[in-house]
Design a protein around this ligand. Sequence first.
Ligand SMILES: NC(=O)c1ccc[n+]([C@@H]2O[C@H](COP(=O)([O-])OP(=O)(O)OC[C@H]3O[C@@H](n4cnc5c(N)ncnc54)[C@H](OP(=O)(O)O)[C@@H]3O)[C@@H](O)[C@H]2O)c1
Length: 329
Amino acid sequence: MYQPASNRYQQMKYKRCGKSGVMLPRVALGLWQNFGSVNPIENQREILRKAFDLGITHFDLANNYGPEPGSAEKNFGTILKSDFCGYRDEMIISTKAGYTMWPGPYGDWGSRKYLVASLDQSLKRMGLDYVDIFYHHRPDPNTPIEETCEALSHLVRQGKALYIGLSNYRPEQAKKAFELLRENKTPCLIHQPRYNMFDRWIEDGLLDLVEEEGVGTICFSPLAQGMLTDKYLKGIPADSRATKNYFLKESDITEEKLEKIAALNEIAVERGQTLAQMALTWVLRKDRVTTVLVGASRPSQLEDNVAIVNQPELSKEELEKIETILASK
Ligand SMILES: NC(=O)c1ccc[n+]([C@@H]2O[C@H](COP(=O)([O-])OP(=O)(O)OC[C@H]3O[C@@H](n4cnc5c(N)ncnc54)[C@H](OP(=O)(O)O)[C@@H]3O)[C@@H](O)[C@H]2O)c1
């Protein structure tokens, strides 16, 4: 019988999500990869236990996480029931809909038909009465944004989601959606964009917008799927994500990237951090970032990542050195 660590809330720091009442852990765990039906459930259990012991209270899912799609929610539900019974109220659980989930015209994008049906399916798979955050996973160019926002608001009014999130919305799309959700009296809690040293699009408008709007920001793939760690410096390890050639491909680990990774690693070592830790510290340097949303294939990675909450911020000189490396050809 699993007993969570009694000191778990001393291990983590928490930050208010935008102007809401919700506090989120500075490091949250996503179940996009390593939690599907193709992955051993015992390892999933160990990662989730370790996360909770480290004070990670936020777990991020989506209808399509797996593979196969839906299996991450199913596995998470199984482990919630067996290990975390009695701890639901200590957790913020999110899921999403927006990518292809089932065949035909109603299993994708942003219609009311899809969003309502998908959340019902997700709740069943996880064995939950409600999720804390329900996200629209990506903007839909063909459905009126009013319909998508009204569907999200409807799910909150029904009590199936406590808060609404948006993911991958560009600033102009996000601004319109924030406005509509506010009019519906179900304001957007949080935006979930990709942000890491190799992908900085949110610096061009989105971060200013979320600040103005009082919306939180949770950054996904802060380690660029593992590239911003020291693991690829000596070749591609057999058990790493790149070998799966799924979303991260071996061909993504180019010579140019490796040169930057090696130079960044030197700064991390000088600071007494791992490169993973420095990459996460870098994302959190922006005050408007509430949380980094990491993935993990083993519990030790979470130990490494969560240690950042007690490590020093990056100095002006270190930030400048990092900028020079990132800007180099
Ligand atoms: N909204 C969206 O569209 C969207 C898209 C993508 C992801 N997400 C969310 O963001 C979450 C995180 O995404 P991500 O998995 O790409 O994040 P990430 O943190 O950039 O990458 C995670 C991978 O990095 C490696 N890693 C993690 N910590 C490490 C450490 N300390 N040392 C060495 N390697 C380490 C592991 O790779 P190995 O497997 O090689 O060990 C791990 O699987 C997802 O689970 C999901 O919840 C959302």
